[in-house]
Each structure stands twice: as structure tokens, then as C-alpha cells.
Design a protein around this ligand. Structure first.
Ligand code: FAD
Length: 287
């Protein structure tokens, strides 16, 4: 099913999940574990599952194998696809592989730049270049990334939104947001998008917090703020992961229910390849 159809019903909030290629471990059965987690999540009838893709195609093969495995199980997939440090020929080659799987949707991204950008092939400088190329060369429904508090490298939120508008003008039809924890920031962001005449569906990126150190690492790489009340609770229980997971589930359940009640088009869960927290959240909310 195409993104445009998934998000066409404004009275319904769609549920979707992000997974990533797991690191190899000594047992070598990480992919099996991942597919078993996906199977548990399938009971919530997600509209799609998205699969991350490393900047510069670093985990291309693993990402492709997961996308293939999901399509073989008749699951709607949205592969992520990055263009930084990739040559046009490499991009063409991967697109052909995806087309052969009858993929309908794609999340077009720049990817994080390496420190030394001069080592990169710059056929595509920003995600909007990739969106334009995909729009001309393929029939994919193209999603793009949005940042409710601004992208970490953008000088300010308004400049970032103007850059986002280029991605939409080039053919982006849905915005998937970076994680955020303050719904007011998302509502304000949607208002600013409206003022820029960006009227495509906005899908909220939800991170169920599972570990203090993991969250801390993620926050250091993004412009995302935590409400003081949540931060204080996490600080208090930071050494006990079970407590942190419970706080994460309780917080995300409230956050998601409020977003649904305010008519959000979709909730996209950053599952971190685990089904337990996401399942609890979905059991707690009505959608
Ligand atoms: P862009 O839209 O190109 O924006 C990047 C920066 O450049 C922004 O600061 C923007 O304001 C600025 N910019 C854009 N156009 C211009 C211009 N013309 N002139 C000057 N500045 C400009 N990363 C991965 O490696 N793999 C993944 O699978 C992945 N999945 C993601 C999924 C989601 C939902 C999100 C939100 C992010 C994901 N990322 C992923 C991270 C993403 O690749 C990084 O945040 C990256 O730094 C920016 O990607 P982008 O597509 O938003 O880039």
C-alpha cells in the first residue's frame, strides 16, 4: 500500500514501526531474533515497517536482506535510503534491487555527513536532491525526515523548515519526524509548516525510552529537549533499566494518546528492535 493511501484517512491514526539491521553477535541468530520481534508487533496491524540504511550505504546488504524478508512475508515495507557519500551509479543499482522487490514507498534521506566531507562523492548534496531524482526516476511514494525542534546542523528552525519545503516541492509526500518528547513542540511545528504551505501528513516519531545511557547518547546527536518532569524522573531511576523502561512506557502512552486525540496522522515507533515496550504502549492507548 502506498503512503498516500495509508495516510489518506484523516479520522484514523496509522501505526508503524522502525527497525534496523542488528549487529552481528557470536550466536549469529540476530536476524532471527529481529523477525521474531516483528512477528509479535504484527498483531497491532502496522501500516508499514521501515528499515534503516547506513549513511554511505554502510549496511546496504543487511538492510536489503531485511527489506526482502519482510516483503516475502507480505509486510508493507518502507526502506530508508541515504545519498551522502554515494555515487549516482550506486544509488541506481540499489533502486533497481528495490524495484525488483515491488517496493512502493521509500524514506529519502541525506544521512549524517562524515567529518571530512571532501571524501564524499557529491552527486547528491542534500536530501532534496535525492527526492528530486527519485521522483523523476521511480514511482515510489517518497517520505522525508522532519525535525520538530530543528535539525542539529540547521542555524534555526525556520531555515530548517524552508529546507524541508524543498524536499516537499521535489516530491516528498509524507513527513516522518525525529523523536520528540514535548507535544507542544510538535503542534507548534505543524503550525509553522502550515504557514509555509506545507500540507502533507506529519507522522510523529515516538521513542519508548529503554535506557538512560542510550537516551543520553541519542540526545547528544540531536536537537531534542526533554520536559523537566520526565528528566527528573529518569535521573532518579537512571541505574535501574526496568524502572526506566516503565517510565518510558508510561510517558509514551500518555504522549501518544494526546497526539491521537489531537488528530495526528500517524505514530511511527522507534522500536530499537524490541517489541515489549511498544506492545505495552499500544495496549494502553485507543487508536
Ligand atoms: P536534509 O534534508 O538534506 O537536511 C540536512 C541538513 O541540511 C539540515 O540541517 C537542513 O536544514 C540542511 N539543508 C537542507 N537543504 C539545504 C540547502 N539547500 N542549503 C543549506 N542547508 C540545507 N540516518 C541514516 O543514516 N540512516 C537512516 O536510516 C536514517 N533514518 C532516519 C529516519 C528519520 C525519521 C529521521 C528523522 C532521521 C533519520 N536519519 C537516518 C538521520 C538523518 O540522515 C540525519 O538527520 C541527517 O543529518 C539529515 O538527513 P535529512 O534527510 O534530514 O537531510
Amino acid at each position: 500500500m502506498k503512503l498516500i493511501d495509508i495516510y489518506s484517512n484523516s479520522n484514523k491514526t496509522s501505526i508503524s514501526f522502525e527497525i534496523f539491521p542488528p549487529k552481528d553477535d557470536l550466536t549469529g541468530n540476530n536476524l532471527e531474533k529481529l523477525f521474531s520481534e516483528v512477528e509479535k508487533l504484527q498483531q497491532y496491524n502496522p501500516s508499514l515497517i521501515s528499515v534503516t540504511y547506513g549513511a554511505g550505504g554502510s549496511n546496504k546488504e543487511k538492510s536489503y536482506n531485511i527489506v526482502k524478508g519482510l516483503t516475502e512475508n507480505n509486510i508493507t515495507v518502507m526502506p530508508h535510503f541515504t545519498c551522502v557519500c554515494s555515487k549516482k551509479e550506486q544509488i541506481d543499482e540499489y533502486l533497481e534491487q528495490l524495484k525488483a522487490l515491488h517496493i512502493e514507498n521509500i524514506l529519502a534521506l541525506r544521512g549524517d555527513e562524515p567529518k571530512d566531507i571532501s571524501v564524499c562523492y557529491l552527486d547528491f548534496r542534500y536530501a532534496n536532491d535525492l527526492v528530486k531524482y527519485l521522483n523523476e526516476k521511480t514511482d515510489f511514494c517518497i517520505a522525508v525526515a522532519g525535525y520538530p525542534e530543528g535539525h542539529i546542523a540547521a542555524p534555526d528552525l525556520i531555515t530548517d523548515i524552508k529546507n524541508l519545503k524543498n524536499k516537499i516541492s521535489a516530491g516528498g509526500c509524507v513527513i516522518y519526524t525525529q523523536m520528540f518528547f514535548d507535544n507542544e513542540k510538535l503542534y507548534k511545528y505543524k503550525e509553522l509548516l502550515e504557514q509555509e504551505n506545507i500540507d502533507v501528513p506529519v507522522v510523529a516519531g515516538i521513542l519508548p525510552i529503554r535506557s538512560y545511557t542510550q537516551l543520553d547518547r541519542m540526545l547528544s546527536m540531536a536537537k531534542v529537549t526533554l520536559p523537566d518532569k520526565l528528566m527528573n524522573k529518569l535521573e532518579k531511576y537512571k541505574d535501574n533499566n526496568d524502572d526506566i523502561k516503565k517510565i518510558g512506557v508510561d510517558f509514551a502512552s500518555e504522549q501518544c494518546q494526546e497526539l491521537i486525540d489531537n488528530g495526528i496522522a500517524g505514530l511511527h515507533f522507534y522500536t530499537l528492535n524490541k517489541s515489549d515496550s511498544v506492545s505495552k504502549i499500544l495496549d494502553n492507548i485507543s487508536y
